[in-house]
Write a protein that binds this ligand. Structure first.
Ligand code: COA
Length: 436
């Protein structure tokens, strides 16, 4: 049988495909933009046919309908990262979070420490040899596809064909064809604070550096100030529209990279339709599995790696919480520590960039630089790993600095309204205690 016949033999409807999920199965969803609402909706519609199906994903962008009250006996979600729609479910006990470095997820799947019985994901239409692309999400989706007992693929002609990772149609067990628009993220709001932070970050980026930038207002603000740099490279967990725009301006050339020279290397992408069109059949971008892209041993080989990530809170020792508000899980470690460690191992630079404050619903300002992390908050990036912290008030360099110098550096970039109280804590910690 040729591949075209194999393909036709696998075609079915979403309703038929989800009947191959069994009670007790663990179902992985394609990551981020790769998640198929078509397949997830069909699974949720069929909920009464299942008992105890475990749903696993990293960032989820769909409705998360499987977490709604009333679904508990059918589905239980165990994410590696919380998107907006599963955050409440986890807080309310209808799900449970798995802490894990992003680069380790494929290994957990391979070794069945987190088993993958079924994968449901979007893929691109096949090429002339019968290969589909995993498009904007190779990350753990590739390993899940290799390990799953049953692969249910939504072939979407709006899903880009990218290079770096491809799968043959004979690896897909059930194929559902439907043209569907992809999730698009809204451009972030960049205000004066983000601009100041962006300018500080840009001042640490040298010509020829290889960058990892996340999503959101701060990475986009950094890119606003990179217009006069030369020959930047991208080796990043993800990219969004801002990176594409810098590439189109010729600022990113990838010519000084040590790995995949001349190409951007990523493990997933999330942005607007413009970005997805840019990525489609673009030989200058490689979308590879996360156990390659985010592995610190890969990252350390890159030329002058600079990683830029954000945080919820930083304490006066430089311990960074980037994933929870106290005990309440907000997101996950993602690739933050993968890149911070990889950059450090190769002699690069890592930056945690964040506004000095956040606002409560009633408008009160809360400082993000604090004497102690909130009770129950996890340390995402340890004080041994941290390098630079940046706020709109400047740059604090912590690596190699003493606890006392770190504390002063952090106080100097905190919001002016909290500097006195932080200074009092400094006095208590470093003077009164020493005298006692
Ligand atoms: N105390 C209480 N609440 C806080 C807070 C603090 N110190 N800091 C932030 N918050 C609240 C904000 O008010 C906001 O609340 P809202 O959702 O009700 O508006 C929410 O937490 C998110 O804060 P925001 O500043 O908008 O976050 P962000 O979108 O810039 O994301 C992280 C910041 C740290 C959550 C995010 O970068 C992350 O998840 N990082 C870990 C993963 C990572 O680094 N991956 C690698 C790159 S892809």
């Amino acid at each position: 049988m040729n591949w075209q016949e194999e393909y036709k033999r696998r075609l079915c409807s979403a309703e038929e495909a989800v009947q191959h999920i069994h009670s007790g199965d663990t179902v992985f969803l394609g990551h981020a933009v790769a998640e198929s609402s078509l397949l997830v909706d069909a699974m949720v519609q069929n909920a009464t046919a299942y008992q105890d199906v475990r749903i696993i994903h990293m960032t989820n962008l769909g409705s998360g309908a499987y977490t709604q009250p009333g679904m508990e006996s059918h589905f239980h979600v165990s994410p590696f990262f919380l998107g907006a729609t599963v955050r409440a479910a986890v807080a309310e006990g209808r799900g449970d979070f798995i802490p894990c470095f992003f680069h380790e997820i494929p290994q957990l799947i391979r070794e069945r420490r987190v088993p993958c019985d079924v994968l449901m994901t979007q893929v691109s239409p096949s090429d002339e040899k019968g290969y589909c692309s995993l498009g904007v999400s190779a990350d753990y989706t590739y390993q899940a596809l290799k390990s799953a007992r049953t692969v249910i693929a939504h072939v979407n002609d709006q899903y880009p064909y990218t290079f770096g990772t491809k799968v043959h149609v004979t690896e897909l067990d059930y194929i559902v064809e439907q043209s569907a628009p992809l999730y698009e993220s809204k451009p972030p709001k960049i205000g004066e604070v983000e601009e100041k932070i962006g300018r500080c970050c840009a001042s640490l980026i040298r010509d020829g550096a290889t960058l990892q930038l996340g999503i959101g207002a701060i990475p986009d603000a950094v890119m606003m100030f990179l217009g006069d740099k030369h020959d930047l490279g991208i080796h990043s967990e993800m990219i969004s529209d801002g990176t594409m725009e810098l590439y189109q301006k010729g600022v990113i050339t990838n010519q000084r990279k040590n790995l995949d020279r001349g190409k951007m290397t990523i493990t997933f992408a999330m942005g607007t339709k413009k970005l997805y069109q840019f990525l489609d059949k673009n030989p200058d971008v490689l979308v590879k599995p996360v156990d390659y892209v985010n592995h610190p041993v890969t990252i350390m080989k890159e030329h002058d790696m600079i990683s830029i990530n954000s945080a919820i809170q930083v304490d006066l020792q430089g311990q960074v919480d980037a994933e929870a508000i106290g005990l309440r899980q907000f997101s996950g470690v993602g690739g933050q520590v993968d890149f911070i460690r990889g950059a450090a191992m190769g002699g690069g630079t890592s930056i945690i960039a964040m506004p000095s404050t956040t606002q409560k619903k009633d408008g009160t300002l809360i400082s993000k630089i604090v004497p102690f992390l909130d009770q129950g908050a996890p340390v995402t990036t340890s004080r041994n790993d941290v390098d630079y912290i940046i706020t709109e008030y400047g740059i604090a360099h912590l690596k190699g600095e003493t606890l006392r110098d770190r504390a002063w550096a952090l106080i100097s970039i905190s919001h002016p309204s909290v500097r006195d109280s932080l200074a009092e804590e400094f006095e208590r910690r470093f003077h009164q205690n020493y005298r006692a």
